[in-house]
Design a protein around this ligand. Structure first.
Ligand SMILES: Nc1ncnc2c1ncn2[C@@H]1O[C@H](COP(=O)(O)OP(=O)(O)OP(=O)(O)O)[C@@H](O)[C@H]1O
Ligand SMILES: [Mg+2]
Length: 323
């Protein structure tokens, strides 16, 4: 047998009226990893996750969690998964500690065991000081942390995190990221939805980009980045007056379109080919020499791997053209 998949879907569909919110999604999520599902508002992320977590019945296709069908074997699936929703589920009027103890009791733990586990999680999530405070008085970041704590009371085999950091400040996002890393280190498979490319970049080993209910790209971060070309050249000139000429020189030397940016001294060009190509660096070097030869002063010149942002824009552009 090949490596066991934690999640596998084929042709998964959910229709709301006329709207094919999830329109034939195939996913294969390896066990023990963070899998990123990346997509804009309305792409179908929450709908897909809700089907996988057995909260919503698919209209077509199949979805399995550790080989168990989410419809036919929903109980078996439920016993192994946990969901931290985009809109959370803890009780606002209870304190952090009360919420966790209550959930622990509902999961069948004895009172002392529930209390111990609650303390342990509150401590691990930096919420000990806020343990006695009502959740409605928590900040957004604290709120997100208590939500995740609640969803891992019983260490699940698969944890669905639906946009766990939307609306959080950078420090709180980092705390949530650390929590996700810790959860995965314990052996849980995490399926994380996000609108943030840097979040997927930080956490996920594989990423599916979804748009309009379909997977438009899938792979490792490196594969996705490589799929949009060898890299991007960023140039900053000393003088804005030389930009038009520099644009022509670069376009010729790099044999690609060169874009001007809002910054009057900046130019960028996306290079064709694969990022494994040595050629890209050599060609960029020649382009730089050519600028110097033409008497154009360059303050800054860099060749970078495309960012996931560029990948995303390139992918959604392509789709726009095809549509
Ligand atoms: N219960 C529902 N009834 C009708 N339409 C729905 C329902 N839930 C979602 N939709 C529609 O399905 C589509 C996908 O929504 P979904 O919530 O899955 O997107 P999302 O990727 O999670 O977006 P966001 O990033 O905004 O959370 C949207 O067009 C949405 O309006
Ligand atoms: Mg959503």
């Amino acid at each position: 047998m090949s490596t066991e998949l934690a999640i596998e879907t084929t042709g998964l569909v959910k229709v709301f009226g006329e709207n094919r919110a999830v329109d034939g999604i195939d996913l294969a999520v390896p066990t023990g990893t963070v899998y990123g599902v990346l997509g804009p508002n309305g792409a179908g992320k929450t709908t897909a996750v809700r089907m996988l977590a057995t909260l919503l019945r698919p209209d077509g296709g199949t979805a399995r969690v550790f080989g168990k069908d989410v419809v036919k074997d929903a109980d078996a699936v439920r016993s192994r998964v946990s969901l931290t929703g985009q809109y959370a589920s803890v009780d606002e009027d209870l304190t952090g500690s009360e919420n966790l103890i209550l959930l622990g009791r509902l999961l069948g733990h004895s009172k002392p065991a529930a209390r111990d586990r609650a303390d342990q999680l509150l401590d691990g999530f930096g919420l000990s000081d806020a343990a006695g405070r009502q959740v409605k008085n928590y900040s957004g970041g604290m709120r997100r942390r208590i939500d995740i704590a609640a969803s891992i009371l019983n260490t699940p085999d698969v944890l669905f995190l639906d946009e766990p950091t939307t609306g959080l400040d950078p420090r709180s996002r980092n705390q949530v990221w650390d929590i996700v890393r810790a959860v995965v280190a314990h052996g849980t498979t995490v399926l994380l939805t996000t609108q943030y490319l840097d979040e997927a970049d930080q956490l996920a080993s594989r990423i599916a980009v979804i748009d309009h209910g379909r997977v438009i790209a899938e792979g490792t971060k490196g594969e996705l980045k490589a799929s949009v070309g060898a890299g991007t050249v960023h140039v900053r000139l000393r003088e804005a007056g030389q930009r038009a000429e520099a644009q022509k020189v670069l376009a010729l030397a790099l044999n690609t379109d060169v874009q001007t940016e809002a910054d009057p001294v900046a130019l960028t060009a996306r290079m064709e080919g694969q990022s494994s190509d040595r050629g890209a660096a050599e060609q960029a070097g020649r382009a730089l020499a050519e600028l110097a030869r033409c008497g154009i002063t360059v303050d800054n010149f860099s060749l970078g791997q495309p960012s996931l942002d560029e990948v995303f824009l390139a992918l959604t552009d392509k789709k726009g053209v095809a549509a």
